[in-house]
Design a protein around this ligand. Structure first.
Ligand code: NI
Length: 227
């Protein structure tokens, strides 16, 4: 399941992020790439210990923790501390690759199994040409380029790339997460059920049927969740 989650960041949060990114010092993006990915990766990234990156991570994690749709879609158990990248000038693309299955955070030594990847766009598509995130889906790939503040959530097992940026610069936050429900089909079924129950409650209010279906949802989640 590839999911577009709109308006994760509001305009104030975006403005704070953009100000922090403008004063930060960028490094070579290969600092966090695996061996295969490093050969394809050509972008800039904030070092994980830069002061701006630490503040930016706080803004993003707080926004994610308040977003109910992100929670039900991802059912996050652990989120790798988000990273920030810039594609532009001569460091402007990331060829086809797969994200490493396990990320180990250098500061905490904590392992995160990457079930889902996300990219949170931090500037608008009009500010640059190219820079589409292309997620291979068996039909030649799906190009994704979203408004600032919007997030794309996709399976970490997907082959994906970022097309060259040919004008301006593309700014984004990205990371990976381990889900409480490891199997994609179970996670997707739970998400569909939760969204359907939400629609039912919006259309018909708190009916007995809605209560019984909500009970089914939570009992299924109990069966599937590994916490
Ligand atoms: Ni990747």
């Amino acid at each position: 399941m590839i999911l577009h989650l709109p308006k994760i960041l509001d305009p104030d949060q975006l403005a704070r992020c953009r100000a922090l990114l403008a004063e930060a010092e960028w490094a070579d993006g290969r600092i966090t790439a695996g061996t295969q990915a490093a050969t394809a990766k050509n972008n800039r990234q904030l070092p994980e210990d830069s002061p701006q990156a630490q503040t930016l991570r706080g803004i993003v994690l707080e926004a994610l923790s308040r977003n109910a749709q992100f929670f039900t879609a991802a059912l996050p158990k652990r989120i790798y501390p988000p990273l920030f990248n810039r594609y532009g000038d001569t460091a402007n693309s990331f060829g086809n690759h797969v994200d490493n299955a396990i990320r180990t955070h250098p500061a905490s030594a904590q392992h995160v199994r990457t079930d889902l990847s996300f990219t949170l766009f931090l500037n608008d598509p009009e500010e640059y040409d190219g820079g589409e995130l292309v997620i291979e889906d068996g039909f030649g790939g799906r190009p994704v380029k979203l408004p600032a503040g919007d997030l794309i959530l996709y399976p970490s097992y997907s082959v994906h790339r970022v097309e060259p940026v040919t004008r301006g610069a593309r700014l984004a936050c990205f990371s990976w997460l381990e889900s409480m429900v490891r199997e994609p089909q179970r996670r997707e079924l739970l998400y569909e059920l939760d969204m359907a129950i939400l629609s039912l409650r919006q259309e018909q209010g708190e009916t007995d049927t809605a209560v019984r279906l909500t009970s089914c949802y939570h009992n299924l989640l109990r069966m599937c969740a590994m916490v």
